[in-house]
Design a protein around this ligand. Structure first.
Ligand code: NAD
Length: 298
């Protein structure tokens, strides 16, 4: 039987709507809108597209969007000074510095300068630490979005075998922490893992965050497994078209016959990232104002 498709696009639309409702309630109680500041340094085309869609989504959710575009040759001191100003600005609840930064800028130093309470990307070491020890903080948007899809599909994850492929700070490691926090038995696989297919075959839950087109094959999967495909890879164009197809890290066509449920690419994890960014910004706004979000709201 073909796997169920986990519709991240629909889930994300629902989450954005919920954020919108609570953003309106926040504005009423706080006397101001929640605000997200996005900093873009340079002219990387993909980053420009991301920043534009973040801006649009923020405004659509009824929140304030502050955009700061800086030239590619911006000095690190100037960028750090901007981050300091945003840290101190009471209209700004969340700060996002779009990565990657131009090569002369130290990404870790810039992330470290963001106030952990405005770090809605969840990249600051304080937030990584909070996640590791189970304290409230901010969790990176993509893995938190994956977790929402998993909880929606599976409910209680206690005792399930989860394999996360990829160990980046942005996806793989926080994903593993979230699964551990939900009482799954977690394995992190990576480029040095021996017998990756054998490891993946144990999993009730597979999260693939590698960046290699269609690497995970159908015969790596345990029948009925839930598969979350984080990868976004563009295949080479076929003759006659100028752009190749977007595919994930999982061989979707094959995996559909074995998995119990699977996220498509596009339309799976991708739309969750921005929706969770809006959610994190709203949570930051409630916390920064010392207001309680309604129980179970987001
Ligand atoms: P990364 O390059 O930082 O990390 C990739 C990880 O994969 C590494 O930990 C590496 O050990 C592992 N890896 C590499 N080759 C491997 C192999 N042959 N076998 C097993 N593991 C291997 O990438 P990232 O930032 O974690 O992103 C991963 C993928 O997810 C990329 O395709 C990226 O575009 C995508 N992504 C999507 C979203 C989204 O919104 N959907 C967000 C972030 C990243």
């Amino acid at each position: 039987m073909a796997a169920d498709i986990i519709d991240g696009k629909a889930f994300a639309a629902g989450l954005r709507e919920t954020v919108g409702v609570h953003a309106a309630a926040f504005a009423e109680r706080a006397g101001r809108k929640a605000g997200l500041a996005v900093v873009l340094v340079g002219e990387d085309p993909a980053s420009q597209v991301y920043v534009r869609s973040k801006h649009r989504a923020t405004v659509e959710a009824g929140m304030e969007s502050f955009e700061h575009r800086l030239p590619a040759d911006t000095a690190e001191a100037a960028l750090l000074a901007l981050v300091e100003r945003l840290n101190a600005d009471p209209a700004v609840d969340g700060i996002l510095v779009q990565l990657p930064l131009p090569g002369h800028l130290d990404e870790q130093a810039v992330i470290a300068a963001i106030s952990p309470d405005k770090d809605v990307d969840g990249f600051h070491v304080t937030n990584a630490g909070r996640l590791a020890v189970g304290q409230d903080g901010f969790v990176p948007c993509t893995p938190l979005g994956c977790m929402m899809l998993l909880s929606d599909r599976l409910g209680d994850l206690s005792g399930l075998e989860a394999v996360v492929i990829g160990r980046s700070n942005i996806v793989g490691k926080p994903m593993a922490q979230l699964l551990l926090g939900a009482n799954a038995t977690v394995t992190i696989a990576h480029s040095r893992t021996k017998d990756l297919p054998g490891v993946v075959r144990r999993a009730d839950i597979v999260v693939a965050a590698v960046g290699r087109a269609e690497m995970v094959k159908a015969d790596w999967l345990k029948p009925g497994a839930t598969v979350i495909d984080v990868g976004i890879n563009r295949l080479p164009p076929v003759p006659g078209s100028d752009k190749g197809r977007l595919v994930g890290d999982v061989d979707f066509a094959g995996a559909r016959d074995v998995a119990g449920a699977i996220t498509p690419v596009p339309g799976g994890v991708g739309p969750m990232t921005i929706a969770v960014l809006l959610r994190n910004t709203l949570v930051a706004a409630y916390r920064n104002e010392g207001l309680d979000l309604p129980e179970g709201a987001l």
